[in-house]
Design a protein around this ligand. Structure first.
Ligand code: FES
Ligand code: MG
Length: 593
């Protein structure tokens, strides 16, 4: 069909309100003329073809997403071939590993910026370019608020890292190497060598950390083409996927296929099941809640409990052995979805950007490497969802049980007669800085009986919520071979960490949560059978301590956004979204004045 015969399902594209409004010819001319200065023609912009935004998240400051500077070319070609016009623009950069005080504070900022761009400019549909952790949820949150057709193009992970014949994965190698460094097994130069070996090419983290998890989530939600998430950045299939994504978003613009047509309770349940099956990052919890709430939906503690029995079927670091290349070659996300679908653990009727159901979109996709993607019948581990905990210290926290190692299991969870239950002496740190200052302090007498507790690390306390709860034991313990202690905190941890921490505790101490009154020396009882975590402190003593508590000390905000962020952010169990933003829904339906 020629362009002149094709009609958008919504009658008229919203960009025509800018470029083709006879009653405002002076404004239309102003809108048009400056796009001429790089060679577009008025005929193109007034042709009634859709304007497709390419939300460019790659830059020198976001190396994880930098591949999108290359992929833009193939995406534009796809957009042109399908009859659209591409306009590329930058998003606020978010580089997980480098941004201080934490990249988490930028998720809501990038969200705000993208909402304003998509609403305030003549854009009919958008390609969301994703990769590094928060670039995925910020884009999807914004696309839901505006609700114009949107498709996710992942940048893909780096190639697998190798060091001295061993696979070395992003982040995970840091947590392993820092234990070796503390135990005196390697020197600083070897430490840097191992870290750098994990980054052999363009792309985002190659472990099943937060980046790979969130890109898998986008695909499982139905927001990217099947197979998009896992293709390594340098592979030729990545550029081919960019081209196909460009073609598809033009069709979606004509069909007016919006996030609100795709995102549903079923698509979120599907994404939660995929997170469990891949052994995904605990950061998926706040991000999924945030995306659901901006889509007008919700995810409750009971929803997480319902997904908990989903088995681990993907053998990738940090829960398993392999990295991104093997995962992609084994079949990637569609192969995982196929296994879950066959076991009735996925709703195959949920819709996707293909315009078809999940089941139709992944038909014929199977795991071709059972070492990496196994079956629900023979999983690597059962019950791989996030365990939800509650108790007198917090209303909500989660634990990633799929990374519990043999050592931790034997020491804490397999005591005869009380399996899954342990008690520890709390060592309370006031902040990540306090932990680093005191973790080797002999006066704390930290031993195997201790629970390391971090407070002051949540959205208000840090601010932004820091990835710090995976605290390592003091050097003296590491040197004795005690490689991990139980940990608890109101911050987060890196998705690449193999620590079974109790984290994302809400409300945080700085918001009046129970961690504020916990004292070093208190005993804490954790029961994984019932999902309880309680300080063994009686009610009267808790009341006395609460009454005597001064306001929780938080460091001063260091920038305007830090102050605004603290004024607007909610807690991690509610997605740490800008609560005031939630009332703005589907604002792309109206053109701005
Ligand atoms: Fe950017 Fe991991 S630091 S993807
Ligand atoms: Mg991280």
């Amino acid at each position: 069909m020629s362009d002149s015969q094709r009609k958008p399902a919504r009658g008229r594209f919203r960009s025509q309100e800018w470029f083709d409004a006879p009653e405002h010819i002076d404004l239309a001319a102003l809108y048009l003329e400056r796009f001429m200065n790089y060679g577009l023609t008025p005929q193109e912009l007034r042709s009634g073809r859709p304007i497709i935004g390419f939300a460019q998240s790659g830059s020198d400051l976001n190396p994880c997403n930098r591949i999108h500077l290359e992929l833009a070319k193939r995406t534009r070609e796809g957009i042109r071939d399908a009859g659209g016009i591409c306009i590329e623009f930058p998003t606020h950069p978010i580089f997980e590993n480098c941004r201080r005080p934490t990249a988490a504070i930028d998720r809501n900022l990038a969200y705000l910026g993208l909402v304003e761009i998509l609403h305030g400019y003549p854009i009919d549909a958008v390609v969301l370019t994703t990769g590094c952790d928060k670039t995925t949820p910020s884009g999807i949150m914004a696309a839901s608020t505006v609700d114009i057709p949107a498709i996710v193009l992942s940048g893909g992970p780096m190639l697998d890292g190798w060091h001295e014949g061993q696979l070395v994965g992003s982040g995970t190698i840091i947590w392993q190497a820092r234990r070796k460094l503390a135990a005196g097994e390697i020197n600083e130069e070897q430490f840097y060598d191992m870290a750098c070996a994990s980054a052999p090419s363009a792309g985002h983290c190659n472990t099943m950390g937060t980046a790979s998890t969130m890109n898998a989530v986008a695909e499982a939600l139905g927001l990217s083409l099947p197979g998009c998430a896992a293709i390594p950045a340098p592979y030729r299939e990545r550029a081919q996927m960019a081209y196909e994504t460009g073609r598809r978003i033009v069709e979606m613009a004509y069909e007016d296929l919006k996030p609100s047509d795709i995102l549903s309770p079923a698509s979120f349940r599907n994404a939660m099941a995929v997170v469990a099956a891949i052994g995904g990052s605990t950061n998926a919890q706040p991000h999924l809640v945030a995306m659901a709430r901006h889509a007008g939906l919700d995810i409750t503690a009971d929803d997480w409990r319902a997904v908990y029995p989903t088995p681990l079927i993907v053998n990738c670091q940090p829960a398993g052995k392999y990295l991104g290349e093997r995962f992609h070659r084994a079949g990637g996300v569609p192969a995982v979805q196929a296994e879950l679908l066959a076991a009735s653990m996925l709703d195959g009727s949920a819709k996707t950007v293909t315009g078809r159901s999940v089941a139709e979109s992944i038909a014929g996709r199977v795991s071709v490497d059972r070492e990496v993607i196994t079956t629900v019948a023979e999983p690597l581990r059962s019950n791989a969802g996030f365990m939800v905990l509650t108790g007198n210290l917090f209303d909500f926290a989660i634990m990633k049980t799929s990374v519990i190692g043999d050592d931790f299991r034997h020491r804490y969870l397999e005591q005869p007669g009380r399996e899954g239950v342990f008690e520890s002496r709390a060592i309370v740190f006031e902040s990540p800085d306090d932990y680093h200052a005191r973790r080797n302090d002999p006066q704390l007498a930290i031993d195997e009986d201790c629970l390391l507790v971090m407070r002051g690390a949540g959205p208000l306390g840090w601010p932004g919520s820091a990835e710090v709860v995976n605290m390592q034991p003091p050097d003296a313990l590491l040197q004795r071979g005690v490689m991990s202690l139980p940990t608890l905190g109101d911050g987060r941890q890196s998705g690449t960490s193999d620590s079974p921490s109790i984290l994302n505790a809400a409300p945080e101490a700085a918001a009046g949560g129970g961690l504020a009154w916990l004292q070093t020396g208190d005993r804490v009882r954790i029961d994984l059978n019932t999902g309880r975590c309680d300080a063994l402190v009686d009610e009267a003593e808790i009341a006395r301590r609460k009454a005597a508590l001064p306001p929780f000390p938080v460091p001063a905000s260091q920038s305007p956004w830090q102050e605004l962020y603290r004024k607007t952010v909610g807690q991690l169990n509610r997605g740490a979204v800008i609560e005031e933003a939630l009332k703005y829904r589907q604002i792309g339906k109206t053109t701005p004045r």
